[in-house]
Design a protein around this ligand. Structure first.
Ligand code: PBG
Ligand code: ZN
Length: 321
């Protein structure tokens, strides 16, 4: 006697009844890149469909996102001026603070997540204060707390620290609580690997390190036990949502972390992953929409609750049709 698995695949209604994993527009956070100026909407060559936008254009974009049913965005800033400590990120009139204020005023129903890091704001492109060859952990914690307060005051709905400094969650939680922001959630980039898949992002965010790489603070892709420990530690420090980044090459880690925590888990479907599909589509190599949806299902199946993705608008359009 053998099992007839094909029995439940024949009727499309039954096929939907037995479907184990679902993708919904509610699962997505859409990344946006904001820069100073007016009427700026510049497409990034390495990421077709992704733009650097000025605040006025971002406000129009939010309108479009809401029509598609996307209400959550994560903001990255490209400042007018970069310096050694990333001052723009600490300024209440900096690019992120100004953007959050403008968005929340025009679109109070948008959920605005702010990426909290320094690499886009420093002239050396590293994720904090540097000494000769690496980022100084504890000094960077101090200015990170200051940055969190700037985001909170501007009206951010959730703070997402992405710099992989040890102790960042405890530091931010304490700073936010002391500032009266005890209800402001933190989504930690808790397990973030030093990855070549970030290449195109660094073109958009203009954040390529001027020397060295990030392997002294981001994780070694070879390490599974450490990957679990990083996320568990951030949960203990008070993170509300955990994250694995990149997504596609790390689905085993997504599953591992899913099984080691009860916290909500996000994946960051990063720039290089997006670019691979986009350029494969342009070369006529794949059925783009099919491969994109297959990829999104894989994230959910691996255990992700939330998907941060440049594909979010295209997914939303497909789910509507
Ligand atoms: C900043 C940051 C990076 C990404 C998100 N936040 C880049 C990096 O660590 O170099 C990558 C996003 C992507 O590749 O889409 N720390
Ligand atoms: Zn960074």
């Amino acid at each position: 006697m053998f099992q007839r698995f094909r029995r439940t695949r024949l009727n499309p209604i039954l096929q939907r009844l037995v479907k184990e994993t679902h993708v919904s527009v509610d699962d997505f956070i859409y990344p946006l890149f904001v820069r100073p100026g007016e009427s700026i909407k510049t497409e990034v060559a390495s990421m077709p469909g992704v733009y650097q936008m000025s605040i006025d254009e971002i406000l129009k974009e939010c309108e479009e996102l809401k029509k598609l049913g996307i209400y959550a965005i994560i903001l990255f800033g490209i400042p007018e001026v970069k310096d050694s400590v990333g001052s723009d990120a600490l300024c209440e009139h900096g690019i992120i603070a100004s953007s959050v204020k403008a968005i929340k005023q025009a679109h109070p129903d948008m959920f605005v997540v702010t990426d909290l890091c320094f690499c886009e704001y420093t002239d050396h492109g590293h994720c904090g204060i540097i000494d000769d060859n690496t980022v100084l952990n504890d000094e960077t914690l101090e200015i990170s707390a200051a940055q969190a307060i700037v985001h909170a005051k501007a009206g951010a709905d959730m703070i997402a620290p992405s710099g992989m400094m040890d102790g960042i969650i405890e530091t931010l939680r304490e700073a936010l609580d002391e500032g009266g922001y005890e209800n402001l959630p933190i989504m930690s980039y808790s397990t973030k690997f030093a990855s070549g898949y970030y290449g195109p992002f660094r073109d958009v965010a203009e954040s390529t390190p001027s020397f060295g790489d990030r392997s002294s603070y981001q994780m070694d892709p070879a390490n599974r036990r450490e990957a679990i420990a990083e996320s568990v530690e951030d949960e203990l420090q008070g993170a509300d949502i955990l994250m694995v980044k990149p997504a596609l090459a790390y689905l085993d880690i997504v599953r591992d972390i899913r099984e080691n925590t009860t916290k909500p888990l996000a994946v960051y479907n990063v720039s290089g992953e997006y670019a691979m599909l986009k350029h494969a589509q342009a070369a006529g190599l794949i059925d783009y929409e099919r491969v994109m949806m297959e990829t999104m299902i894989a994230f959910k199946r691996a255990g992700a609750d939330i998907i941060i993705s440049y594909h979010a608008k295209e997914v939303a359009k497909l789910l509507k049709s």
